[in-house]
Ligand binder design. Structure first.
Ligand SMILES: [Fe+2]
Ligand SMILES: [Fe+2]
Length: 240
């Protein structure tokens, strides 16, 4: 497995795997980076190089997930990355999926039951996903940041926060991930309506890409953020 290093040109990262483009954007990096290396671009933009490398390498190689490396970073870095990922889902992926499904439906002359089922399933999925993201943005992440401020800067925790635990805060992700896979399979296995093939493929490719992004996102939340905050909660409780 060849991992990207700070010496590699960022343009090579994109040509090796264009799926990494939205991941790079989450760090505020946009195209036009010429021949600059990862190290040079990160230095210019004040981006934490080891964190950037772990994120792109873990996304690029699904089997590469260096938990101990991840656990060394501040929860602030992780939350910032996860929030940018949420923004990408809400302002980019969800409207795109919606538009592509709309185009697909319009291309069908008969609007049969299988197509109606996919529309229903998608609507339900969308509302569950939005609810999940909102809960993290409004409750989980602010709590993580308060716990981090208590641990890193000694900011006192409120009475209310003392009784909380990230384990109960962060609900199961399996639902959001699995339902995405179900939607994808529904289209692949059961869509029989007379639709436009190209429009259907566009929709399906978006689902595949989103499924992969979502798995990467959820594992950072479940396998990194939750254990990280549980550890800090225990340290704070023992110090009390
Ligand atoms: Fe999330
Ligand atoms: Fe989540």
């Amino acid at each position: 497995m060849k991992l990207f290093t700070s010496e590699d040109k960022l343009s090579r990262v994109v040509t090796d795997n264009y799926h990494l483009l939205p991941v790079i954007n989450r760090f505020g990096i946009r195209l036009g980076f010429g021949d600059a290396t990862i190290g040079e671009i990160c230095a210019e933009r004040d981006i934490h190089v080891p964190f950037f490398l772990v994120i792109i390498n873990a996304f690029h190689h699904p089997d590469y997930f260096p938990k101990s490396e991840f656990l060394k970073f501040s929860p602030r870095l992780i939350v910032d990355y996860l929030r940018h990922t949420h923004q990408y889902y809400l302002s980019g992926v969800v409207p795109k999926m919606e538009k592509q499904l709309e185009n697909l439906v319009e291309s069908s002359q008969t609007n049969t039951e299988d197509l109606k089922l996919i529309i229903l399933f998608f609507r339900k999925y969308k509302s569950e996903l939005l609810y999940h993201v909102k809960d993290e943005e409004d409750s989980v992440f602010p709590y993580v940041l308060r716990i981090t401020a208590a641990y890193e800067d000694g900011v006192p925790l409120s009475e209310e926060d003392w009784g909380k635990s990230i384990e109960t805060y962060e609900k199961e992700h399996s639902d959001v991930d699995e339902k995405m896979t179900d939607l994808k399979n529904l289209v692949i296995k059961f869509l029989k309506a007379d639709y436009n093939d190209n429009l259907c493929n566009d929709f399906l490719i978006t689902l595949f890409r989103f499924e992969r992004d979502l798995i990467d996102h959820s594992r950072i939340e479940d396998k990194i953020l939750v254990p990280m905050i549980t550890r800090i909660e225990n340290i704070l409780k023992n110090d009390q």
